[in-house]
Design a protein around this ligand. Structure first.
Ligand SMILES: *[C@@H]1O[C@H](CO)[C@@H](O)[C@H](O)[C@H]1NC(C)=O
Ligand SMILES: *[C@@H]1O[C@H](CO)[C@@H](O)[C@H](O)[C@H]1NC(C)=O
Ligand SMILES: *[C@@H]1O[C@H](CO)[C@@H](O)[C@H](O)[C@H]1NC(C)=O
Ligand SMILES: *[C@@H]1O[C@H](CO)[C@@H](O)[C@H](O)[C@H]1NC(C)=O
Ligand SMILES: *[C@@H]1O[C@H](CO)[C@@H](O)[C@H](O)[C@H]1NC(C)=O
Ligand SMILES: *[C@@H]1O[C@H](CO)[C@@H](O)[C@H](O)[C@H]1NC(C)=O
Ligand SMILES: *[C@@H]1O[C@H](CO)[C@@H](O)[C@H](O)[C@H]1NC(C)=O
Ligand SMILES: *[C@@H]1O[C@H](CO)[C@@H](O)[C@H](O)[C@H]1NC(C)=O
Ligand SMILES: *[C@@H]1O[C@H](CO)[C@@H](O)[C@H](O)[C@H]1NC(C)=O
Ligand SMILES: *[C@@H]1O[C@H](CO)[C@@H](O)[C@H](O)[C@H]1NC(C)=O
Ligand SMILES: *[C@@H]1O[C@H](CO)[C@@H](O)[C@H](O)[C@H]1NC(C)=O
Length: 850
């Protein structure tokens, strides 16, 4: 029930003048209002959100004691934050023994009694943030034998001494931030915490660090431990406090009260061995703004691999001491410093990696930086004032990587003059800058392997073969560089290239025309977003090693199998966001077996049964296809925005089957009709036979013979057959259709009833005309079957002399040899006639009395 809707209607209701209506509607509203508390109660009855079935429950903001009843004993993650728990007693969590993560943030906890977590032997993370703990039993954390992470942030801790965690051998991370801890004196039990990787005292009240405070760390090697002392108020570190301590990382951001405190405290780090030392300020919380002379002088006696200096703002002209004590550190990162220039570089510096991020250089300080003779990697990035590159790097024989990305550089004559005697330069990253014009001169950096120029406006590439001398280059990124490829030799010379990214550019006439001729080692090609409308036939011929092709976001209408056939090593093809309507069978056939990712989403698919094969294929290849939810139909209009994979294939099959079945039915009907047409007489005869069987006996034979003959032989029949025999002795009676058939009766009925059924014999007068007449053949056929069915005497075949013998044999077949049949040949000679008549009379007489 939507109470809000009901309530918002009430003002309108009150205006309704009609009696009866008002009380009724009000009643409904009141009823709904009355239901609200019970709905709320329903909410309260089920206050836990089941995030992952049986495993993760979120029950926040409850006023409860104990684990909520609806949390099952299979729960692994339980969030009870913002609940009103107040205190935890022993075995508090026994209903949920499988817990791995327990979040008790802001639960108004003041007391944790002994054995509260006793049953949580699998718990790995316990969060107690923002509970002002007043009482913590000495056995409070007993039973937590798997605990890895303990968060005691903002728990009003003042001292480490009584913290009962000494038995938590498995502890990895201990966060004690935002408390009132005043001393870093680590109690003895810290030597038990041998797995500790991260120990944070961020934002406490530590002011002095004295010798012996860190003794618990001295016994065990802590080279994997990060110690965070940020946001304290350190005034002084007694020299020797860190002596012989080995740490992974020490973080001192905004840790010191003032410049002098920092300066002397850093002296106190003497003897420390640390992998990475981070010193500086928080961006938003700067107490020390000025970098002054000698600030880092204490670091001369610290052994470190990497030094990070963060967020110092004012340098002015005091930078000449910056590298004094860090000149032999192998890696230096200067982050977010308003460093405008490098004034002094120590001789024989050992620095190998130097990074300056968000510095304030206006031009690349190549001359000064060239004094870091051991430099291998140099990065100057995200410096929004950096726009010129006039100075030259000189003699950095170890330099391999230069990353000048994400600045505002704008310069010409890239890229040889800027690097003198830097023979090992392999990576050059000039991406995300303003504009660079290239001459094609790479003499000094001809060993380059990686060149990244993406998102920097380029002058040169596309018009002439600028990359000609980069024979070793394996990676080239010129995406979104406003390159317009006019020259077919744009990529000439890049004979080792494996990766070519040039998304977001354009090609002459918006077509790919054999631009990748000699890139036979290419395995990744990105030509997405290049406004392409056409790909010429031989464009990909050389790319037999290509594994990934991204040709998405273009305007291609077809996927021409001939074009893509050479790409037999392809594993990933992104053809999304083009204008394909279908992949034809021939296209599906050339997709190589190696293909594991295919994206054809966001094309203009036609979902009609014409493309049934394609749509079937889509269903079968669900694993291969990416972004299936974006594969939707475009045409026909009634299918628009329907999922391609939910296209109802059976609708096509249904149509196909109805079509086939109706075709079959039509055919059958046609065949049936044809058969009826063809065998109408036979059928009819059969019918008559069946109905007439019993009559025939009663009927008595009216005629001696039924004469079948061609109408053209009528004269012969009258003259040679009827006249001599009907007028002879004994007189015979013949049935002749033109004489004896009953008028008004269907001819077939006549043939059968008057002809066959009323005659004892059948005489077939066989002439050429007879053989050619369908009608006569039919009558002859009927005569044969009649002979069989009725058991009548044979057929008397009279063959007129001029008949073609071969045709005769074919038509009459075997019947002329059957014993019961009589075969007479007529010869127009007086003597033969007499013999003929005698034979015929004999047969007729004989056939009459079977
Ligand atoms: C959650 O537990 C119930 C009862 O133990 C069980 O029926 C159900 O199948 C479980 N669900 C899952 C996803 O494990
Ligand atoms: C919490 O529940 C207790 C009783 O269990 C009650 O006395 C107290 O007023 C409730 N607090 C709130 C904020 O509802
Ligand atoms: C969880 O409770 C069910 C009964 O509700 C019990 O059979 C099962 O053994 C319990 N599992 C654990 C781990 O305690
Ligand atoms: C923190 O603990 C101190 C005593 O150690 C107490 O006086 C103070 O009230 C506690 N703070 C809170 C917010 O409970
Ligand atoms: C340190 O670990 C040992 C051995 O497990 C144990 O006997 C000792 O009580 C632990 N120390 C503390 C302070 O808990
Ligand atoms: C430091 O960590 C690495 C891997 O995390 C491990 O191999 C090494 O043993 C650890 N060293 C110490 C002293 O704990
Ligand atoms: C750096 O090392 C060189 C030679 O290894 C040495 O001469 C120089 O004194 C060292 N500088 C510092 C500041 O340690
Ligand atoms: C070049 O720098 C950009 C921006 O920092 C980065 O995204 C890209 O991966 C770098 N290129 C190479 C080849 O490392
Ligand atoms: C094509 O590449 C081969 C080596 O892969 C090289 O020998 C040949 O000179 C190149 N041809 C052109 C025109 O760059
Ligand atoms: C292909 O390029 C487009 C944009 O140019 C990008 O969004 C897409 O992730 C790329 N596809 C693959 C498979 O990397
Ligand atoms: C399309 O299918 C995807 C899953 O494959 C689904 O998330 C999406 O809601 C479907 N869209 C439509 C319009 O049916």
């Amino acid at each position: 029930i939507d109470t809000h809707a009901a309530l918002s209607c009430t003002p309108g209701l009150l205006k309704m003048p009609r009696r009866g209506a008002l009380p009724l509607r009000t009643l409904v509203v009141l009823l709904q209002l009355a239901l609200v508390p019970s709905q709320l109660a329903g909410c309260l009855l089920n206050p836990c959100l089941e995030v992952i079935a049986n495993k993760t429950f979120r029950c926040t903001g409850l006023n409860i004691s104990g684990v909520p009843a609806e949390v099952p004993n299979t729960t692994q993650n339980l969030d009870l934050s913002f609940s009103n728990l107040k205190s935890l007693g022993s075995n508090y969590f026994s209903p949920v023994p499988e817990l791995q993560l327990l979040d008790l943030t802001r639960c108004h906890l003041h007391t944790i009694e002994d054995n509260s977590f006793k049953d949580l032997s699998k718990l790995s993370t316990l969060i107690l943030t923002a509970n002002s703990l007043q009482y913590l039993g000495t056995a409070a954390f007993y039973g937590l034998t798997s605990l890895k992470k303990l968060v005691l942030v903002e728990t009003n801790l003042t001292s480490l001494t009584d913290l009962p965690i000494g038995h938590l051998h498995t502890l990895n991370e201990l966060n004690l931030g935002h408390n009132n801890i005043a001393s870093l004196k680590l109690p003895k039990y810290f030597s038990n915490l041998t797995s500790l990787r991260h120990l944070s005292f961020t934002s406490n009240k530590i002011t002095y660090i004295s010798k012996g405070d860190l003794d618990a760390f001295r016994e065990v090697n802590r080279i994997n431990l990060t110690l965070v002392l940020s946001l304290n108020n350190i005034k002084y570190i007694e020299p020797g406090s860190f002596a012989k301590i080995h740490l992974g990382e020490l973080v001192l951001k905004s840790s010191f009260e003032d410049f002098n405190g920092m300066c002397t405290s850093l002296q106190g780090l003497t003897g420390l061995h640390v992998n990475r030392l981070i010193v500086g300020e928080f961006n938003d919380r700067q107490r020390l703004v000025d970098f002054q002379r000698g600030l880092l002088s204490g670091l001369c006696h610290v052994q470190m691999q990497e030094f990070v200096l963060i967020s110092f703002r004012e340098f002015e002209d005091n930078t000449d001491t910056l590298f004094n004590c860090i000149g032999n550190v192998s890696s230096i990162r200067l982050v977010d410093l308003r460093l405008e220039e490098v004034s002094e570089v120590p001789v024989l510096s050992q620095v190998k990696h130097l990074e300056c991020k968000k510095c304030k250089f206006k031009e690349v300080p190549a001359v000064k930086l060239s004094l870091f003779k051991e430099l291998r990697v140099l990065r100057i990035t995200k410096s929004k004032h950096l726009n010129t590159f006039h100075q030259k790097f000189w003699g950095l024989s170890n330099l391999e990587v230069i990353d000048l990305s994400e600045n505002r550089l704008s310069f010409t004559s890239c890229c040889s003059p800027q690097f003198r005697e830097c023979p090992n330069l392999k990576h050059l990253n000039l991406s995300f800058n303003s504009d660079i014009s290239m001459t094609g001169d790479f003499i000094n950096v001809k060993n380059l392997l990686y060149l990244d120029l993406q998102h920097t406006k380029l002058f040169g590439p596309g018009s002439y073969p600028v990359f000609l001398s980069l024979q070793k280059l394996i990676y080239l990124d010129i995406s979104y560089t406003r390159t317009h490829v006019k020259s077919q030799c744009t990529f000439c010379g890049l004979n080792s290239l494996k990766v070519l990214k040039m998304a977001g550019n354009s090609f002459e006439n918006n077509k790919l025309a054999n631009n990748f001729k000699n890139l036979s080692h290419l395995h990744t090609l990105d030509i997405s977003n290049c406004k392409l409308v056409q790909v010429d036939q031989s464009t990909f011929d050389a790319l037999s090693e290509l594994k990934e092709l991204n040709i998405s976001n273009n305007k291609l209408l077809i996927f021409d199998p001939v074009v893509y056939k050479p790409l037999q090593a392809l594993t990933a093809l992104d053809f999304s966001n083009n204008q394909l309507s279908v992949l034809l069978d021939s296209a599906l056939e050339i997709l190589p077996d190696s293909l594991v990712l295919l994206d054809i989403s966001q094309n203009l698919f036609e979902c009609s049964c014409v493309n049934l094969n394609f749509l079937k294929w889509i269903k079968e290849k669900q694993e291969l296809l990416q972004n299936k939810e974006l594969m939707i139909c475009h045409t026909p209009a009634y299918m628009k925005n329907v999922n391609l994979s939910s296209f109802y294939l059976s609708s096509c099959q249904l149509k196909a089957s109805t079509v086939t079945s109706s075709v079959i039915m039509l055919l059958a009907a046609a065949v049936f009709l044809f058969l009826i047409y063809k065998y109408y007489f036979q059928l009819y005869y059969s019918l008559v036979l069946l109905s007439g069987c019993k009559h025939s006996a009663e009927r008595g034979d009216t005629y001696d013979a039924f004469v079948i003959h061609s109408s053209k032989d009528q004269e012969w029949v009258m003259r040679e057959l009827v006249e001599p025999l009907e007028g002879g002795k004994p007189p015979f009676q013949f049935c002749l259709y033109y004489r004896d058939f009953l008028p008004g009766v269907p001819i077939v009925t006549n043939i059968i009833q008057e002809g066959f059924l009323s005659s004892r014999n059948v005489i077939a007068v066989i002439s050429t005309d007879f053989l050619e007449s369908k009608w006569c053949s039919f009558e002859f056929d009927i005569a044969q079957s009649w002979q069989l069915v009725e058991g009548k005497a044979g057929i008397i075949m009279i063959v007129l002399e001029e008949v073609n013998k071969a045709l005769l044999r074919q038509r009459l077949g075997l019947s002329r040899y059957l014993r019961r049949n009589t075969y007479l040949e007529w010869k127009n000679k007086e003597i033969s006639r007499h013999i003929f008549w005698r034979q015929l009379t004999g047969v007729l007489l004989e056939g009459g009395k079977p």
